[in-house]
Design a protein around this ligand. Structure first.
Ligand code: IMP
Length: 179
């Protein structure tokens, strides 16, 4: 275990097993749809989860990336700045947003609205982790890997100061790092 990690919350084996279940569930729910969904992964945290999840989706899917950040120091906390937009049109496309964690829910709420504005016919959300205790907007992900307590976690894409994304598990960061 990395020296910055207090305890492991979700092991690599658990992530792989749960990703398989979610991939199979998505396959079953979308297999009879005429057009296959486009997975939109939010950079950078969702990359390891996307890579694991897509191995278990048995459909002709496509995926694309978006990078957004919140405007800091302004009152309009719901607004986001698009750093990297989608490469293709999503008009009349069924979207599955791929997230690493749903925390306050603000990012997801705003990106979901953006997808609808861009003409998506449906937007669903798959997230590796869900921290419901921190939610400030009423949003729920259709597919959730693990519900976790209100602790700051790192690993499997999640960072602290851009570090620790490469850990193969999800762990709680030692408090001395942010206190
Ligand atoms: P939200 O808009 O508050 O739901 O923010 C979600 C984003 O905040 C995630 O995509 C993460 O990048 C980041 N985040 C939230 N909680 C954590 C955490 O415990 N560890 C690392 N990043 C986090």
């Amino acid at each position: 275990m990395h020296q910055s990690v207090k305890n492991i919350l979700v092991t690599h084996e658990q992530i792989v097993a749960r990703s398989k279940e979610l991939g199979e569930q998505i396959t079953n729910e979308y297999k009879n749809h005429e057009n296959k969904p486009l997975l939109v992964a939010l950079l950078k945290g969702s990359v390891p989860f996307l890579a694991e999840l897509i191995k278990h989706i048995d459909l002709d899917i496509e995926y694309d990336f978006m990078d957004v950040s919140s405007y800091e120091g302004t009152e309009s906390i719901g607004d986001i700045r698009i750093i990297k937009d989608l490469d293709r049109s999503i008009k009349n496309t069924e979207i599955i947003l791929v997230e690493d964690i749903v925390d306050t829910g603000r990012t997801l709420e705003t990106v979901k609205k953006l997808m609808v504005q861009k003409g998506a016919s449906d937007v669903k959300v798959v997230t590796l982790l869900d921290k419901p205790d921190r939610r400030v907007v009423d949003i729920t992900a259709e597919y959730v890997g693990f519900v976790i307590p209100n602790e700051f976690v790192i690993g499997f894409g999640l960072d602290f100061d851009q570090k620790f994304r490469n850990l193969p598990y999800v762990g709680v960061l030692k408090e001395e790092f942010y206190k």
